[in-house]
Ligand binder design. Structure first.
Ligand SMILES: Cc1cc2nc3c(=O)[nH]c(=O)nc-3n(C[C@H](O)[C@H](O)[C@H](O)COP(=O)(O)OP(=O)(O)OC[C@H]3O[C@@H](n4cnc5c(N)ncnc54)[C@H](O)[C@@H]3O)c2cc1C
Length: 305
């Protein structure tokens, strides 16, 4: 019931000021975000990789409206790769990019140029890159940018959202050999004209899309914490006789951490999405919207003060 309201608040500058201006928000935020600085992210990556998990790193930021900010987002990724490289933690890592942070809304060419720089640096470091998917108005331009990036960097991955009605069609083009595709339910408030609205329809669509990916030739990345989805993915892997290194599970930092380790210990590939940086507001609000218990926890932290 509160989900759509929270997602609307995620886009409100006034709410952003209110939420981020309260010092004790920090304690709740820390559950979902590795920290603001590069030292924090380095510590989180070390801990996860020591436990046998892989990572995809998200330098937080979105909806950039200035070219300078877009360049700064690119530079943040370049600095991250350098640091991971010198710490011996780069190999096998992945970076998650939001094209809106790289200036997609200002000029798709600008965002593409920054993404190319990031991919070139990732490649040098022995890492890969995955494009996050944002709200439905950005899907066409994100897939177009993906196509251009894959010309030089065929390993670039992309997220697709089962809640969008178009996704099964997009997957028919994406599920080819070598194609890295992260399947998620979708975290944005979308109109009924383009997206399934109720949980059961979204879950059904997820299973249909998952089957397309697992039966295809690409590299499926199963981005979900849902126990039923994980069971179904394991069953599909078994039926399609997919070796464990041809697909992977992905979960968000701080969510079902025990399950992340359990799957890794059971021989599954598990990659944790690790967000870091100062611009955590939009990401944090989407995590609150996903689960009423998170909102209750957040509100309780004010009351118990
Ligand atoms: C690696 C990864 C990358 C993602 N990238 C994108 C992207 O690019 N674009 C996009 O739109 N969305 C993205 N998402 C978010 C996704 O769309 C969903 O909003 C989110 O994963 C919740 O859906 P679920 O599949 O976990 O299932 P749900 O049915 O929402 O949750 C299943 C169970 O997981 C646990 N859980 C789920 N969310 C939370 C939470 N916030 N806090 C605590 N417990 C929780 C609960 O136990 C819950 O019962 C990503 C998710 C993951 C895991």
């Amino acid at each position: 019931m509160f989900g759509p309201l929270i997602l609307a608040a995620a886009r409100s500058p006034r709410m952003r000021g209110l939420v981020t201006g309260v010092p004790l928000t920090r304690g709740v935020v820390d559950r979902f975000i590795a920290g603001e600085g590069l030292d924090d992210v380095l510590g989180a990556v070390r801990e996860l990789t020591d436990a046998g998990l892989s990572v995809t790193l998200d330098h937080l930021g979105e909806d950039t409206v200035e070219a300078g900010q877009a360049a700064a987002a690119r530079d943040a990724y370049l600095a991250l790769f350098e640091l991971l490289g010198s710490a011996g933690l780069a190999a096998g890592g992945d970076a998650s990019l939001k094209l809106s942070a790289l200036g997609q809304a200002l000029d798709a060419g600008l965002a593409l140029g920054h993404a190319q720089d990031i991919c070139a640096a990732a490649s040098e470091a022995g890492m890969t890159v995955t494009l996050d998917m944002e709200d439905h108005t950005t899907v066409d331009s994100t897939l177009e940018t993906l196509g251009k990036l894959r010309g030089d960097f065929p390993w670039v991955g992309v997220a697709v959202q089962s809640m969008l009605r178009r996704t099964a069609g997009d997957l028919r083009d994406l599920a080819h050999e070598g194609s890295r595709v992260r399947l998620v339910k979708g975290a944005y408030a979308e109109p009924a004209s383009v997206a399934y609205q109720d949980r059961a329809s979204i879950d059904r669509a997820y299973v249909r899309d998952l089957r397309l990916l697992m039966e295809g030739d690409g590299h499926p990345m199963i981005g979900s914490h849902d126990p039923r989805i994980i069971e179904i993915a394991l069953a599909l892997a078994s039926v399609t006789e997919r070796p464990a290194d041809t697909y992977e599970f992905q979960m968000l930092y701080g969510i079902r951490a025990d399950e992340q380790r359990r799957l890794a210990d059971a021989g599954q590939r598990m990659r944790v999405y690790v967000p870091y940086g100062a611009d955590w507001y939009g990401y944090f609000m989407r995590r609150l919207a996903e689960r009423p218990a998170n909102l209750a926890f957040f509100l309780r932290s004010f009351v118990s003060r």
